[in-house]
Ligand binder design. Structure first.
Ligand code: TYM
Length: 345
């Protein structure tokens, strides 16, 4: 059977979003909503795999929702909601806990990074996190998943889970009339653009992340124009001028990162940026970069702040999105339960 194209993606509400989230994923989300049915989730169940202060978590869920909308997601066109309001995510994750193998999860590099040395003390949820991510996608039988490069391994696992489910339950799946393609699609990662892996502004070998203790390492989607400009000015560089060819960025992680960011912000390719700035010093390039970043991001921060003044309206949008998400997931979950052999009334 052919699966209808459907897009699913999500972000964790753990503090405010940053430039990496925006360029690595959100730009693609905004683009895809023009052509596809899209479901965009604030993944609060994922957030609690590490400790979250309850009041802070509530604020972050609203903050991330506001950022989605301020950046250009249209909650009328796309479905925008927080994960915990749709029980299908947790239900299907449990079933996938019983499909995925311990060995598969043991290979996940993100778990190793996040758990650090004190692995015994990490939550069980942190370990099983990729199963929940597979459930997020497959509860809607979504086919396309726009993400940054760091989610690639998790998506491969989601594909493995879909395949194993299709194999393990082949007989009931065929009986239910899903003979050829299986019940779940193999969700495809959509990892595109010049900034699929945005690096720290302080160290071009480290990913830009919310958990970096230095706020100068990232541009937050809540930063005002002055802060954005200051962070760009302070970004680490090397002493050479910019090269004219992409080849010349090899071994120069900070230069590569800033050029990629500029290309993504302005909708250009890396090569066209280098054709313009090749031979320039970083001081003049940074001025242009700061301008492009402010022009693109400051209005998002302003609009987010405005939306945050009306939390009731944000909650209404989330409730509406959750109802629409439930309507898609519920019949899929009914079929999953039949296939697995549960009795339902
Ligand atoms: P999260 O919340 O860490 O990040 C959200 C999105 O932003 C991308 N991203 C980056 N892209 C480029 N450069 C960076 N430095 C950078 N940092 C983050 C991520 O790749 C991601 O696309 N597990 C996921 C959330 C999730 C999800 C899902 C995604 C839960 N269920 C189902 C897709 C489908 C996560 O922690 O993303």
């Amino acid at each position: 059977m052919k699966f209808n194209e459907r897009v699913f993606s999500g972000m964790q509400p753990t503090g405010s979003l940053h430039l990496g989230n925006y360029l690595g994923a959100m730009l693609q989300w905004i683009e895809l909503q023009k052509s596809h049915e899209c479901i965009y989730c604030v993944v609060d169940l994922h957030a609690i795999t590490v400790w979250q202060e309850p009041e802070e978590l509530k604020r972050s869920i609203r903050q991330v929702t506001a950022a989605y909308i301020a950046a250009g997601l249209d909650p009328k066109r796309s479905i925008v909601f927080n994960q915990s309001q749709v029980s299908a995510h947790a239900e299907l994750a449990w079933i996938f806990n019983c499909v995925a193998r311990l060995g598969w999860l043991a290979r996940m590099t993100q778990f190793k990074e996040k758990a650090g040395k004190d692995r015994e003390n990490a939550s069980v949820g942190l370990y099983a996190y990729p199963n929940l991510m597979a459930a997020d996608i497959l509860a809607y039988r979504a086919t396309h998943v726009p993400v940054g490069d760091d989610q690639k391994q998790h998506l491969e696992l989601a594909r493995d889970i879909a395949q194993k489910f299709n194999n393990d339950f082949r007989a009931p799946i065929e009986k239910a009339g899903y003979g050829d393609g299986g019940f779940f699609p193999q969700p495809e990662p959509v990892i595109i653009g010049p900034a699929t892996r945005v690096m720290s502004l302080r160290d071009g070998t480290k990913k830009m992340s919310k958990s970096d203790p230095s706020d100068l390492s990232r541009i937050n989607l809540t930063d005002d124009a002055d802060t954005i400009a200051r962070k760009v000015q302070k970004a680490k560089t090397d002493p050479e001028p910019l090269p004219s060819e992409a080849e010349g960025l090899k071994g120069r992680p900070e230069a590569e990162n800033l050029v990629g960011i500029y290309a993504a912000l302005t909708g250009a390719t890396v090569q066209s940026v280098l054709s313009t700035f090749g031979g320039s010093q970083f001081s003049s390039f940074k001025k242009e970069l700061a301008e492009a970043a402010v022009a693109r991001l400051a209005p998002i921060a302003d609009e987010s702040a405005r939306l945050m003044q009306d939390p009731t309206e944000i909650d209404r949008i989330l409730a509406d999105g959750a109802a629409r998400a439930r309507a898609i997931a519920a019949p899929i979950m009914d079929e999953v339960k039949d296939i697995v052999g549960f009795i339902r009334s």
